[in-house]
Ligand binder design. Structure first.
Ligand code: ATP
Ligand code: MG
Length: 332
């Protein structure tokens, strides 16, 4: 796979404070990449270096084949940016903001009008195109900012906390746009968030950053496996000690604990391991009366790599999924 974004020892110091330290990672074309970290981790600083807004103190990055230090203009042509702060002019309408930014890119008027209409349609703002931005809600503003970031048809779109502070329904809708974009234009997406649930559910690969350093990179599934796999809890009817020995003898099992008739342990790929374990127990006439398999959560992944917890500000995963289903229904 070809590399759309490559950070090479990317470093940013402000005075003697190091905001980002020697980070290295690659994002492939067409990927939806999540950059996950708590407040002050260095997410925005990294995006600013990747998008030529601020110059790295050390190291560099290659964006769409161009070096951010040596070819910043080429980099800027290749990318769209949706910054953490709003950039739209409040006194202008959504439409006027899009036309203004198109003019900045030197896009001819007719072409600009076509793109603006298409983008407003995509982010479901056509109905509010002629309203002043000051009358928009937070979610509408975010959607307009996304449309603005796309006016130059970038190969790579950087979004800095596009879902921050939005309700779960709007957050889900924004991820929907991101995936629609990728489907329609093959856009590569680099997106920061500090919502663990979101990174887990929507990002194809995730980098965890904390105190300016990357602590882990991989698919959410890979990161969970690094934590030690799934937790299986089996309640047995029969000889618990024998059952324990059988389970301990199975490849990949770790952390076995017994509590009454209940045995708990960790294993990779719990779903495929479970039937094997049940069969081994069955051979010794030990019956399982119940079995549960629990994947580690992103919260546990974060704790494992950073040594502390980062709680989602709102909503359990169930709540989030309910919202998503509601959004999906509303679309139909
Ligand atoms: N211009 C600056 N001068 C000095 N320190 C800065 C500057 N910009 C950022 N920092 C510091 O660098 C660190 C990383 O900031 P950054 O904005 O990259 O974090 P972040 O991960 O985007 O956080 P958030 O989730 O709050 O947006 C912070 O400690 C911040 O105070
Ligand atoms: Mg930030």
């Amino acid at each position: 796979m070809e590399v759309a974004i490559k950070a090479i020892n990317l470093t940013k110091r402000y005075g003697n404070f190091t905001a980002v330290y020697h980070i290295n990672f690659e994002v492939y074309y067409g990927e939806v990449f999540g950059f996950l970290g708590p407040n002050g981790a260095g997410k925005t600083t990294t995006i600013k270096m990747l998008t030529t807004v601020t110059r790295p103190t050390e190291g560099t990055a290659i964006i769409n084949g161009y070096d951010v230090i040596k070819q910043p203009a080429k980099v800027r042509e290749s990318i769209g940016v949706v910054p953490q702060e709003y950039t739209a002019d409040e006194d202008l309408t959504g439409w006027e903001n899009l036309m203004l930014i198109a003019a900045l890119y030197g896009i001819p008027k007719r072409e600009a009008r076509e793109r603006a209409a298409e983008l407003l349609d995509m982010v479901e703002l056509s109905y509010a195109a002629d309203r002043k931005v000051e009358t928009y809600s937070g979610g509408m503003r975010r959607r307009l900012e996304i449309a603005m970031g796309l006016i130059n048809r970038p190969a790579i779109l950087f979004l800095d906390e596009p879902t921050l502070g939005l309700d779960a329904q709007t957050r889900a809708a924004i991820w929907d746009y991101v995936y629609r974009l990728r489907r329609q234009y093959g856009t590569t997406i680099f997106m920061t968030t500090h919502y663990l649930e979101e990174a887990d559910r929507y990002a194809e690969r995730v980098a965890i950053i904390d105190h300016g350093k990357i602590l882990a990179i991989g698919t959410p599934k890979e990161l969970k496996e690094k934590v030690g796999g799934d937790v299986i809890t089996i309640e047995v009817n029969g000889d618990v000690d024998t059952a324990r020995k059988v389970i301990e003898g199975i490849d990949g099992v770790s952390g076995v604990t017994v509590n009454g008739n209940t045995i708990t342990f960790k294993i990779r790929n719990g779903n495929t391991a479970a039937p094997i374990i049940l069969e081994a127990l069955n051979k010794l006439s030990i019956r399982a009366t119940s079995i549960t398999i629990k994947e580690p959560t992103m919260d546990e992944v974060f704790l494992e790599f950073t040594g502390r917890r980062l709680r989602d500000e709102e909503g359990s995963s169930e709540e989030f999924m309910r919202f998503r289903r509601t959004v999906a229904r509303a679309r139909r």
